[in-house]
Design a protein around this ligand. Structure first.
Ligand code: FE2
Length: 260
């Protein structure tokens, strides 16, 4: 395992040895990633998870709330299985002396399974505000989104839409998003949207979000070690100064951790 690990870590060793004045995250909690091996389209092994966590730590992240996909058709992950994965990851970082705490929540697709979990009050949330991270389908704007936001809020959850800048059906009409915000839904921007990872249109939409100060959380949405190199471009991205002006809530998750 050590040989494989060394090979996986090799491309990132220089970044891990950055002097302290090198750019890094000014927030210390990451709230969107796919770092539980084998439960979704994220990392496929503990070794891959370790490489990702090493790099996040080198960039200054201290708390990782990893969010495996949960959906009826593709990833019907059960909470008890995800908690086993959390224990495995926490042991892994302890063994390798990485100063990160691990928590598992979910990235829910709005489908029948989600509605069942909502009705049963069994959604996995994070933080004292009970943030529930969810995504919608790529093809068309979801029906009943406002109703779902209303029910989440009514049950004491804080709805948080993952990477709204990536949905092309919202690109031509910001009013739909403004209405969603006014209804009480928060927005999480993907790190890679600012580096051009998803193309120019998404990068332009990310810029509009930043200009509107619509970014409540920044999230890595990290899936695999091969993504890391492009993620490092965030700190020199042209819009990075705009990110620094957002009312980010990431740090709230560090504060509440130190207060418990
Ligand atoms: Fe994701």
């Amino acid at each position: 395992m050590n040989k494989l690990l060394n090979r996986l870590l090799a491309p990132f060793r220089n970044q891990s040895n950055q002097p302290p004045d090198q750019p890094g995250c000014y927030w210390q909690a990451d709230i969107h990633s796919h770092l539980l091996p084998g439960v979704d389209d994220g990392v496929s092994s503990p070794e891959e998870a370790l490489v990702c966590l090493q790099q996040l730590s080198a960039w200054g992240i201290q708390r990782v709330i990893t969010t495996p996909h949960v959906s009826q058709d593709w990833y019907p992950n059960r909470q008890e299985d995800l908690l086993k994965g959390q224990r495995m990851l926490q042991n892994l970082v302890k063994e390798h002396q990485i100063p990160i705490t691990i928590q598992v929540a979910a990235e829910y697709l709005l489908d029948d399974l989600f509605l069942d979990l909502l009705r049963a009050d069994q959604l996995s949330s994070f933080g004292k505000q009970k943030y529930v991270l969810f995504e919608t389908g790529w093809a068309a704007a979801p029906n009943f989104l406002h109703e779902i936001v209303f029910h989440l809020l009514g049950q004491g959850y804080q709805p948080l839409l993952a990477h709204p800048e990536r949905y092309t059906y919202y690109h031509s009409d910001l009013k739909l998003l403004a209405d969603l915000r006014n209804a009480g839904c928060l927005f999480q921007l993907n790190w890679g949207s600012m580096t051009g990872r998803y193309g120019r249109r998404v990068q332009a939409q990310a810029h509009r979000f930043l200009t509107n100060k619509w970014v409540d959380f920044i999230g890595s949405d990290l899936h695999r070690p091969t993504d890391l190199e492009s993620y490092g471009k965030l700190f020199t991205a042209s819009d990075y100064h705009l990110l620094q002006q957002q009312p980010l809530r990431n740090q709230e998750l560090i504060t509440e951790l130190t207060n418990t």
